[in-house]
Structure formats: C-alpha cells, structure tokens
Design a protein around this ligand. Structure first.
Ligand code: BG6
Length: 487
C-alpha cells in the first residue's frame, strides 16, 4: 500500500462562473438567471449580488498564479452559457468565448488541468423569458447548441468534462437554483419535471463529450442518509430517503433508468415527471464515465407517519446553529432529521468525514465507478486580522479529515481520480453571500462593499500547499493552529 497518493492524482480546487467571475454584463455577456436571482436576494437579505462577485474575470491571471503557487494540477470551474450565447440561442459572443480560451490557455501554461463544468445554475435569462427556462423541454435543444459549441472548441484541451452541477440540490432548492415564476412555485411536480429535462441535457452532454473522445461525469451534491435509530422502520426510511434523494439521480447516470422505488413513490403522489417514449433508452445509451462528487455533509432520516404533512428541505439563512427552517418530510416514506451524533457548521451542516468514506465504499460496491471530488469544504465566517492574515484552522482540520477518508477508501481499492475542494478562492455563496466563506484564498470584500477584492493567502492556503507537495502524506496541522488552539 502506497503512503502517497498516485503521481497523476489531480490536486486542485473548484469554483463556478457566476460565483466568482463578476463582469456580469461586460463584453457582451447576457444576464443569467443567477444574476437576476442574486439581485433579488441582495434586495431581500442584503447579500452581495453577482455583478462583481470575486472579480475573477479581471483577476484570473493573478488567481492562476496563486493556484500554481499552491501546487494545483487541476482546477474545476464552470463556463457561463450566457457569456458565450447571451440570448441562449445560436448567436455566439466572440468576446465571451475568448475569455474561456484565455483562461484555459493560462491554466495549461501553468501545468494545471482545466476541468470545466457545462452548467452550474446559470441559465441564460433570455431562456427564462422565452419559455420558462428548465420548465420547458425546449431547453434541451438550446443546451445542445451551447454544449456542442463549447465541447468542440475545447476538445483538444479538456479531458474531463463535468456535465451538470447538483441536480439533486436543484430539486430540493428549486427556486434558489432556478428562476421559477411565482405562478408555478406551488406545483411541486415541476421540481421533478425540471430534473427530467436536466437528465436529458446531461445525457446530451455525455454524448457530445464521447464523440470527441473525452470523459464525462455529472457533479451531484451527495449526502449519504443514515437511519436515526436501529429500529427497522427507521432503517427502511433511510433506504427510502437514499433512493429519492440520491439513487434516483445516480441510476439515471450510471444505469440509464430511474430508481424504481423512488419513481413509484413520485407516481403515487402525482410528483413524477412526464417522459416521452425513448427517454430512458437515451439515458442508457449515454452512461457517464466517472462520478464527480460534491460532498459536504451526511444526513439522517426516520420513519414518517402516513398522515404527516409533506414538507420540502429547509435552510439556515442566519448562520446561527439550530436556525434550520425545517426538514424534508414525505408522508409514509421518510422524514429527514438532525443527527445527534455529529457536530455541525454554523449553518447546521453535519461535519462527517467518515460519511465520505461511507459514500466511496457504498457507491463503489453498487456502481464500480471512478470518483472525482469536485467539491468538499467548510463554509465559515472568516476573520481578516489587522496584520492581514486569516487563521482558518477549522477549515484545515475539516479538509485534513476528508483527505484522510479519501486515502482510506483508496487503500480499500476505490478509484479516486482527484480532489478539488470548494473553493479555490472566496466566492458568492449560493445561500449566504460573502458572510459564509469557503476559499483557500481570501477575497477582501464584504456583501456591502466590493472594495478591491484583493487576494490574501489564508492559513489553509499554506497547509494545502504542504499537502500537495507531499503527495498527501503530510497532513499535519500543528504549524497552522492558532496560539490558543495549541495551548
Ligand atoms: C454546492 C454548490 O451546492 O454547494 C456550490 O455546487 C455552492 O455552488 C456550495 O456554493 C456551497 O453552498 P453554499 O450555499 O454554502 O454556497
């Protein structure tokens, strides 16, 4: 057994376009639904919007130099559809595609493998106006035009393509991740209809990537589900939850059909997507090559009475522990609940490195697919000290435990290609603006004031540099603990 991670292991980190780039309307870019959603969230909650974000559009060279300094050999980013096709149709914006040519060239010149995501929540706004965005099956055709153009443009530079980001999270938080007109928001069947259209788009992407000889993988927000107790009813509830929240997606990607129990539940409850003949055959013809996992936390379920009220996933907007607005409840199927065994972040996300090992082992047994970690990280309030430092030992500890869990799974024979935590630099959180940060690099701005978005190396930056340089053998944290922690 090797102590080191393999030589060709991809070490890096991840971001997404609207969360870092800014320049929301510059050089011909069209609005995306995230520009609109985040403008509304800014008005409602005071979080930053996406217009400047982390100003990566202007600072990408400086950022890539910092990635190189950390030792990255890969970088996961996403391509903003509305930068290339401002109206979501087939009219290319030359300046938009040029930005990604420049970005990819800069990465390659610095020995960093570009790993683009084709879709990370930011549908062109024009398509929302035209036909309601993902609500309409028409979107699949438009996605194909975009994806074909991008895949062909970069086929010689890119080996690994991430198709769509986090369909399961989109279903859970659909009005945050997609712009849904108010008149449709009470129709919960549409959550699964949107997802069906995304499954078609994802299969289209796999097909296009395969045509040019690349490898394709969907990025799923994956939280394993434990049973609240060892009561048989709770164990069964955990299987139900896992089927509807996780396997429902994975079976389409890796087997080509919907998970039977989950689909059956949706049909009984008038929530199932409307499909056309041939849809599942199309999935089966376009199976993904690897699984890009976004792992943050695990979850917990218990049995749920038949007469309970259906509820959808809640959230914690305040960043105060225990401020969750509710837990997903499917009467007679399962009910999500907190796990009393685990510590949580300030936003109530359970911290569970062993859960990652559990995911690798469970899914490798069930699907025998290679994994790439495309997100993993700790959202926290970071403090910039007066002498310009960020002592984020909590993040270092979190990442350390998850890297160790990855190595343990690999030692048991699981194939893992790379590790790209969230996030390379601070960015606009999908739920909490710049109050909740994930980066290895601090971006000096607040929700209220974009300042100059100066880059500052956090302690986790230096720690991760040490990890990469030692090929994952030196995870020691001692040099990075604050004085009070050491005592
Ligand atoms: C994942 C997304 O769901 O989690 C990212 O792919 C997101 O886009 C990340 O930023 C963390 O979520 P949040 O809401 O804390 O930003």
């Amino acid at each position: 057994m090797n102590k080191e991670f393999p030589k060709n292991f991809l070490w890096g980190a991840a971001t997404s376009a609207y969360q870092v780039e800014g320049a929301a309307l510059q050089d011909g870019k069209g609005l995306s639904q995230q520009d609109v959603i985040n403008r509304e969230r800014h008005e409602l909650y005071g979080f930053a919007d996406a217009s400047i974000a982390s100003d990566h559009y202007h600072k990408y060279k400086e950022d890539i130099a910092l990635f190189k300094e950390m030792g990255f050999t890969s970088y996961r980013f996403s391509i903003a559809w509305s930068r290339i096709f401002p109206n979501g149709d087939d009219q290319v914006n030359e300046a938009g595609i040029q930005f990604y040519r420049d970005l990819i060239k800069e990465l390659k010149d610095n020995g960093i493998e570009p790993i683009p995501t084709l879709y990370h929540y930011d549908l062109p706004w024009a398509l929302v106006e035209k036909y309601g965005g993902w609500l309409s099956r028409e979107v699949v055709k438009d996605f194909e035009i975009f994806a074909k153009y991008v895949v062909n443009e970069f086929k010689d530079d890119v080996k690994y393509w991430i198709t769509l980001n986090e369909q399961s999270i989109i279903v859970q938080y659909w009005t945050q991740k997609c712009y849904i007109l108010p008149e449709f928001q009470d129709n919960n069947q549409l959550r699964y209809q949107i997802n069906h259209h995304m499954n078609l788009a994802q299969a289209v992407a796999v097909k296009l990537v395969h045509e040019v000889g690349g490898l394709a993988g969907p990025a799923l927000g994956y939280a394993p589900v434990y049973a609240r107790t060892c009561k048989p009813e709770d164990q069964l509830a955990a299987i139900n939850a896992n089927d509807l929240r996780n396997t429902y997606y994975l079976d389409v990607y890796f087997k080509g059909y919907y998970n039977v129990a989950a689909l059956n539940y949706l049909q009984e409850n008038d929530l199932a997507p409307v499909m056309e003949a041939g849809d599942e055959a199309f999935f089966a013809e376009n199976i993904s090559d690897f699984f890009a996992i976004n792992y943050y936390d695990s979850s917990c379920a218990q049995a749920c009475p038949k007469d309970a009220e259906r509820r959808w996933s809640g959230y914690n907007l305040s960043g105060k522990k225990g401020d969750m607005s509710g837990f997903e409840t499917h009467p007679g199927f399962y009910q999500m609940c907190p796990n009393p065994e685990l510590e949580t972040t300030d936003w109530d996300w359970a911290i569970d490195p062993t859960g990652l090992e559990f995911v690798y082992r469970d899914l490798y047994t069930r699907y025998k697919i290679p994994f790439m970690i495309t997100e993993n990280g700790l959202g926290a309030y970071d403090e910039l000290t007066p002498d310009g430092k960020v002592h984020d030992e909590y993040r270092i500890k979190y990442l350390k435990e998850h890297i160790a869990a990855t190595k343990r799974a690999m030692d048991r024979g699981v194939e893992v290609i790379g590790y790209m935590p969230w996030s390379a630099l601070d960015l606009l959180s999908t739920s909490n603006g710049y109050r909740k940060r994930y980066g290895l690099i601090y971006v000096d701005r607040t929700d209220e004031d974009p300042k100059d978005c100066a880059r500052i190396r956090k302690d986790s930056f230096y720690w991760y540099q040490q990890v990469i340089a030692s090929r994952g053998t030196d995870l020691a944290v001692d040099n990075f603990l604050s004085v009070s922690e050491k005592e």
